[in-house]
Ligand binder design. Structure first.
Ligand SMILES: [Zn+2]
Length: 342
């Protein structure tokens, strides 16, 4: 609690605080005696050092055990954590430093740029490549909106995670909501093209996934949802939302037959997407590999980074699958000839 107070009294808590902190205490300003007097009571020595370094606008990574409770998330990452830094400037500058969140930030920052570019390219594609250009661009737009929001909420969360308890809590809710938005957005083009000639089941499945997705977002607003204790709950909620796709998949496969489902239905790609997504959620929940080698994956290859990479890869595979569906529909010239879903 004392540490939290120290963090709250930090540079950004008063307007212009950071600059003032830098000038008065920055370049050798505070004598050791003066700093000693200013030390908040009950702070461990490394924590004091961490707090002072923030004051000076300079900081060093700190070990897990001196982190305040709200920054304690994964006890298998022993060292390399950022100290609490209640300054957005310091948080954003830390993107270019090496610490436990560097990999998490960059995996989704680069993923965000990738999907932003893919989205813009798709929207700029000439209308002659679509059967119903406006409708199809809206459908693809929903997917890209979900992906771009998910990835940007995520890299922003990992960047400002060490700011303060309040900021980290707010951004973690955005981060989790983003995952739900990505899943909901992914369903839209898939259901649109897979049930192209069956608008009724298409509408029903779309409504169900919207209700489930919004429920997941509501659950993510619960303060305790972000705590380490509920890691499995989180993995379960998003896994459940993704796995709700099993029902329309079975519907499609029964109606069209296995051969059609795997060829024109692109089920192979969607299966690969699901495997990547489930693997990511599993590694995330079980904290593999750092669980087996605590302290060895503090900076690179921790479960969360692998999960991040798998999310980007799965979203890309999904995009490839729905692009193939779109091409097939275009090849058929959009016609619905018989009672089949295709
Ligand atoms: Zn993350």
């Amino acid at each position: 609690a004392a540490f939290r107070r120290a963090a709250a009294n930090g540079p950004a808590s008063s307007p212009g605080g950071e600059r003032r902190g830098l000038s008065s205490r920055g370049c050798g300003g505070g004598s050791p005696a003066r700093s000693a007097r200013r030390r908040p009571v009950g702070l461990s020595v490394p924590a004091q050092v961490g707090a002072l370094q923030v004051w000076e606008g300079r900081w060093r990574v700190i070990p897990y055990d001196v982190l305040p409770d709200w920054l304690k998330d994964n006890d298998y990452l022993l060292h390399g954590h950022r100290p609490p830094m209640p300054s957005f400037r310091a948080c954003f500058k830390s993107i270019f430093r090496i610490h436990t969140e560097t990999g998490n930030i960059w995996t989704h920052l680069l993923g965000f740029v990738l999907f932003l570019c893919l989205g813009i390219l798709t929207m700029l594609r000439p209308n002659m490549y679509f059967m119903a250009p406006l409708q199809e661009k809206v459908v693809f737009g929903m997917f890209f909106l979900g992906a771009v929001l998910c990835l940007s909420f995520s890299w922003l969360f990992h960047t400002v995670y060490c700011h303060s308890e309040k900021v980290s809590r707010t951004f973690s809710k955005l981060d989790y909501s983003g995952i739900a938005l990505l899943i909901m957005g992914s369903f839209v083009p898939w259901l649109y093209y897979s049930f192209y000639c069956s608008p009724q089941p298409r509408l029903i499945y779309l409504s169900i996934v919207c209700v489930l997705g919004i429920s997941a977002i509501i659950v993510a607003q619960w303060d305790r949802f972000a705590t380490p204790k509920h890691r499995q709950t989180r993995a379960g909620v998003f896994l459940g939302l993704g796995l709700s796709g099993v029902v329309p998949t079975m519907h499609f496969t029964i109606a069209e037959g296995f051969v059609k489902a795997t060829t024109v239905g692109q089920m192979g790609w969607f299966f690969l997407m699901a495997v990547m997504y489930i693997t990511g959620a599993g590694l995330y929940a079980a904290r593999i590999p750092e669980r087996f080698f605590p302290g060895k994956f503090d900076i690179w290859f921790q479960s969360h980074q692998i999960f991040h990479v798998l999310v980007v890869a799965a979203a890309f595979v999904h995009f490839y699958g729905v692009s193939n569906l779109q091409e097939f529909r275009y090849g058929l010239e959009g016609g619905c000839t018989d009672n089949s879903l295709l």
